[in-house]
Design a protein around this ligand. Structure first.
Ligand code: 4AD
Ligand code: MG
Length: 429
């Protein structure tokens, strides 16, 4: 008897197979019972007919509960109407009859679901989201490989801040203080001098008190860094990468997008060139739309949503005032008050998904900035060193995987895009 996955059933029509799965739902109508089976690779309906089973087995079948694990021997049949495959059960054995499952068909509040995240992960929508996330991760690795980026694993324990000192998780490190990394960027800048183009992908931490639907305290960032690249080349790579990732989901996850009832038209727009506007243009536009944003303000979440509502494709906002951006960003030759940077905003109101910039490559200028930002010069000496031995024009960017998953999946809150979300309110399970 061949042991098969549900996703492969189409190859076994009219054959008997063995499936190991969970019963995600069941119903009975007199002499026939239907079990919806779920094995991780897909869903299939198993049909148990009293006529095909012994009296003992038919009685046994009535003991099924939601989430019961089973081994089923069945003949595979194509669904008469739909593009689905059914299982005509010949024999089955319970692996474990599940206790009463707390997540039922009724509506649950999000706190209850998050308290039961270890179980909620099994629900069809949550299953679909993680499968989309998986495709986005695989596509990232594939794109980076095809474009000569080497994966470099940056450390999580660090002696200094990367993105501003107010959002750092601090911990005791023997007789010193250490911080959880906010981004691997600074370490990737060291690695470009060995490898040219590099990226990392791993958990990063922000001790942000933000309660928005876009913020987690632990999230997965992909940082990319390139030697000899200006802002324009940096943006081209970002555009190409995002297009590649979204296309991969459209190619591989149609069933998951259906489960999530995601309208895929806005995702198909990804083939069009991304829009670009400067921060100054964005501010003028927002002011004309009634926002209270001032000339040198950062864009708030509301502003980002307002700006992208009118766009059907991602939007780069470039040349932010340097004073509101990180210390490492290179300033514009033509206007020293502006940084050579860009944020990429996802359409449909999802807001910032990527932050990136060209980096300051001059030793004296960078030292001045570190002092200006009141950062401890000794901790950044290694980073300054990079500007002493063959310094080159370089830049890169970082994306938050959860924000991309939320946008592509069309779900409102990033807490559903990561298996076990961490927010200011939640460290459990
Ligand atoms: O814009 P950020 O802070 O940029 C950096 O950390 C740079 N060092 C990256 C680089 O140039 N290598 O963060 C990058 C991205 C944001 O655009 C957003 O997608 C995500 O990380 N992000 C968050 N995602 C979830 N929760 C949070 N609290 C996030 N903060 C940033
Ligand atoms: Mg940012």
């Amino acid at each position: 008897m061949e042991k098969v996955f549900i996703k492969d059933l189409e190859k076994f029509v009219d054959k008997e197979v063995e499936i190991r799965a969970w019963v995600s739902n069941f119903r009975s109508s007199g002499k026939i019972s239907f079990w919806q089976l779920r094995d991780g690779t897909g869903y299939s309906q198993a049909i148990l007919a009293q006529a095909d089973l012994s009296a003992d087995m038919w009685e046994e079948a009535a003991k099924v509960t939601i989430e019961t694990s089973v081994k089923v021997i069945a003949k595979v049949a194509k669904h008469p109407k739909k593009d689905e495959y059914e299982l005509q059960v010949k024999d089955f054995e319970y692996i474990q009859i599940a206790e009463e499952y707390p997540i039922g068909k009724k509506e649950h509040g999000v706190d209850f679901l998050l308290d039961n995240r270890h179980l909620w992960l099994r629900s069809s929508k949550q299953w679909a989201i993680q499968r989309i996330r998986n495709t986005l991760i695989q596509a990232t690795y594939q794109y980076m490989k095809e474009n000569s980026f080497i994966k470099i694993d940056s450390p999580i324990l660090t002696p200094n801040a990367c993105e501003g000192t107010t959002e750092l998780f601090e911990l005791e490190y023997f007789d010193k203080k250490a911080y959880l990394s906010q981004s691997g960027q600074l370490y990737l800048e060291a690695a470009i001098f060995a490898h040219g183009r590099v990226f990392d992908f791993g958990p990063v931490f922000r001790a942000e008190k933000s309660k928005t639907r876009r913020h987690l305290t632990e999230f997965w960032m992909m940082d990319a860094e390139m030697a000899f690249a200006d802002l324009d080349e940096n943006l081209k790579i970002q555009e190409d990468l995002i297009r590649f990732m979204v296309s991969a989901v459209l190619d591989n996850n149609q069933a998951d997008l259906d489960i999530l009832e995601r309208d895929t038209k806005p995702l198909e727009n990804i083939i069009k060139p991304f829009h670009r506007i400067t921060h100054a243009e964005a501010v003028a536009k927002l002011q004309s739309m009634g926002s209270k944003i001032k000339d040198n303000d950062d864009l708030g979440a509301e502003d980002e949503t307002m700006l992208t509502k009118g766009f059907d494709n991602p939007l780069f906002v470039t040349h932010y005032p340097a004073e509101i951006k990180a210390f490492y960003m290179k300033h514009d030759d033509k206007d020293d008050s502006k940084a050579l940077c860009a944020d990429l905003l996802a359409p449909e109101g999802y807001g910032e998904i990527i932050g990136g910039s060209q980096r300051e490559d001059d030793y004296d200028e960078l030292l001045r900035r570190i002092k200006e930002h009141k950062l401890p010069v000794e901790e950044f000496q290694w980073y300054l060193d990079l500007r002493k031995y063959g310094s080159v024009q370089h830049g890169g960017f970082g994306f938050g995987m959860e924000r991309i998953v939320a946008w592509v999946s069309g779900i409102q809150h990033v807490r559903e895009t990561i298996p076990f979300p961490r927010t200011i309110y939640r460290l459990k399970p």
